[in-house]
Structures are given as structure tokens and as C-alpha cells.
Write a protein that binds this ligand. Structure first.
Ligand code: IMP
Ligand code: MG
Length: 183
């Protein structure tokens, strides 16, 4: 049986996103912004974040998958990206000359965001920033920091508010630590 323990409540998330929205609004100085959410984990965060900014805004989604992660996640309820990231859905509009904010659910080893930053920089945006709801700095393999971080968390496997374990638990309103996986 999986055991779920609340780490961050939905109310705490909502309050933090209001602050993040204000920061992004302030930093953007009235310029339009395109948010690019990473499917599927960031979908719920993006939906709340875009409603917390007061800017001329559009949003896009990009899909990525990393090879070989599922087996690792099953074994130790953890996550070890292999470093091989593949785009499964590209953005629908040109990002050239635009102010782009890449929106992720969690920054872990940094492999996914490093790959995505490089990919989006190829579009030659005017600016590229990163917003992540969660950050596990202790797990970093590549040097990368987000411009906007919701919460720094310890090295625990978390689910809820968009984050999954084998596609489950994305709909939980709170961020929960998951433990006790069955075979
Ligand atoms: P990175 O490439 O190692 O930084 O991994 C980022 C991706 O790994 C995130 O977009 C998540 O999909 C996944 N991930 C990392 N840690 C967790 C976790 O604790 N719970 C659920 N997914 C996670
Ligand atoms: Mg993800």
C-alpha cells in the first residue's frame, strides 16, 4: 500500500503562487510573456500561475519523455533521469523574439530543464526564464537554477498537484510524500 503524507497543503501552494505571480509581473515590466508548461506535471501549476500574473500572456505546452525512468521509479520510489530526453510534443508557435517562461513541476537532477532550456534557446527568444513549483537542490547533477522557485523540498518522492507516480495522484490538491510501494 502506498502511504501519503501531506508535505505542502493546497492552501500553502495557492498563497505561494500569488507571490510568484507578483514577482513575475514585476520583473516583466509590462512586456508580454509566453509561458511554456512541461507536460503533464506542470499543467496544474501553469493553470494557477498564469491566473496570478497581470500581463499580456499566452501559454503553450511542450511534452518530453526520458528513457528508462519507469523501472528506476518502481524499484526505489525515486527518480533517476538517464539524461536521454526526447520531445514528444513541440510548442505550436514561434518563440523568436518573445519573453518565455518555462514552467516545470519539479527541478530534480536538472537534466530535463537543462535539455529544455537549450532547446528553447534555439528558438532565439528575447528572454528565457524558468519557474518551478518544487526544487530538490540536493539531487542536482547539472548546474541549473530556476528564476522562480515555489518551494525547496528535501530528497523525498512527492506526488499531487500535477506530480505523479506511474500517472497516479496528479489530482491530489496537496503535495504529498509517497512511501511504501508494493511489488
Ligand atoms: P530532472 O530531469 O531529474 O530534473 O527531473 C525532472 C522530472 O522528474 C520532473 O519533471 C518530474 O517529472 C520528475 N520527478 C522528479 N522528482 C519527482 C518526484 O519527487 N515526484 C514526481 N516526479 C518527479
Ligand atoms: Mg515532469
Amino acid at each position: 500500500m502506498h502511504e501519503l503524507k501531506i508535505l505542502i497543503t493546497g492552501a500553502q501552494i495557492a498563497a505561494r503562487i500569488v507571490d510568484m505571480g507578483r514577482e513575475i509581473t514585476r520583473d516583466s515590466a509590462g512586456e508580454p510573456v509566453i509561458f511554456v508548461g512541461v507536460l503533464k506535471g506542470a499543467a496544474i501549476f501553469l493553470a494557477d500561475l498564469v491566473r496570478a500574473v497581470q500581463l499580456d500572456t499566452t501559454f503553450e505546452f511542450i511534452g518530453v519523455s526520458s528513457y528508462g525512468n519507469r523501472a528506476v521509479a518502481d524499484q526505489r520510489l525515486g527518480w533517476d533521469s538517464t539524461g536521454e530526453v526526447r520531445v514528444t510534443k513541440d510548442v505550436d508557435q514561434s518563440l523568436r523574439g518573445k519573453n518565455v517562461i518555462l514552467v516545470e513541476d519539479i527541478l530534480d537532477t536538472g537534466l530535463t530543464l537543462t535539455f529544455l532550456k537549450r532547446l528553447l534557446l534555439g528558438h532565439q527568444p528575447k528572454s528565457l526564464r524558468v519557474a518551478t513549483l518544487l526544487d530538490k537542490p540536493s539531487r542536482r547533477k547539472l548546474t541549473i537554477e530556476a528564476d522562480y522557485v515555489g518551494f525547496a523540498i528535501p530528497d523525498e518522492f512527492v506526488v499531487g498537484y500535477g506530480l505523479d507516480y506511474a500517472e497516479r495522484y496528479r489530482n491530489l490538491p496537496d503535495i504529498c510524500v509517497l512511501s511504501g510501494v508494493e511489488g
